[in-house]
Write a protein that binds this ligand. Sequence first.
Ligand code: NAD
Length: 383
Amino acid sequence: MPSQVAEQLHVDLGARGYDIAIGPGLIGRAGAEITSLPNAPNRVVVVTDHHVAELHLAPLERSLSDAGLAFDAFVVPAGEASKSFASFEKLCEALLTAGLERKTWLIALGGGVVGDLTGFAAAVLLRGLDFVQIPTSLLAQVDSSVGGKTGINSAHGKNLVGAFHQPRLVLADSGALATLPRRELLAGYAEIVKCGALGDAAFFAWLEEHGAHVVEGDAKAQIRAVATSCKTKAAIVAADERERGRRALLNLGHTFGHALEAETGYSSALLHGEAVAIGMVMAFDLSVRLGYCRPEEADRLRRHLAAVGLATDLSDLPQVDWNAERLLGHMRKDKKVSDGRLTFILARSLGEAFVTQEVPESEVLALLQDVIAASALARRAIG
Ligand code: NAD
């Protein structure tokens, strides 16, 4: 890796291990980075979405061309709808029409949608192609581009059709974050907070001091936050690639968050990271109710998320007719239900989360009812 790379990490998965480079200008050096890898391709196909194509495809194409790599580019519509079966089929047929060989690599240039879609195409086309992640959203840089989870959505729910397929390289260009809309940046920041809250108390304390710099666009703070989050994720993935145990910690806030997303139809009314922020608060509140965690810890989490501008309560969201039973119903359909029991990530403190299936549904229902009642009260007070 060249000297300008600000941070470099390795995901230690033996023969499937790979580097994550984080720093400015990486899109413009992608061609050189790819051709320096063992068994490098002579042709690549870039998949991106139309927002990112406009902003970041040209420098990537220049760098591929400078490195002597033949390439094609496919642009999909921006947004979650591109993770449908129909879009996936369209992409696969287009890639096959363009003529793939086993040695052709795919490049995912974009947010988590493009990464998940392209990664899954790479997993199944010709029974497996190598691919490179070039994440351009904060969420993708700190979470979805690392760890090899790829997939698309089904009518039954999100990410239900997919594969574990690790990339050959991750290039997280910190410069790309400058063009990311603020709301998307904040949603990605929630996943950074998650990394501190689940297992790194010192990082959480650092975020309390420097989080505002991260969301205001300070490149140095962003690189440090992305690198620390990737370090946490890389260590967890290296220990438990297929989520048989510890990897589930990365789902802190997700059991509640997915239910909120399902209830809002996975629409732009509630972004994934926004749902995770509220979901983490609920997970800490549940931990307090069950006697695992002191209320001060849950308050500290709520205060930090609110300080950077993230919603922490249902009353912060556009009005939805929330219903506790319906939310619990969504949770029962979660991928992580096992033997009919819900999986929760709870916490003993900020920086110490644990996985459990021992939470009585009556406690979850009571929490949801209280949260919904409190949000209705807050709304009335405001209105
Ligand atoms: P996204 O890919 O839809 O990107 C968000 C928006 O930002 C899009 O409109 C995109 O075009 C735009 N964008 C991206 N980079 C930009 C840039 N640099 N400048 C301007 N605009 C830019 O959404 P996301 O939040 O990145 O990812 C969400 C997806 O990730 C969901 O589908 C979720 O299921 C998935 N996910 C996967 C994993 C995993 O481990 N595979 C983990 C978390 C989330």
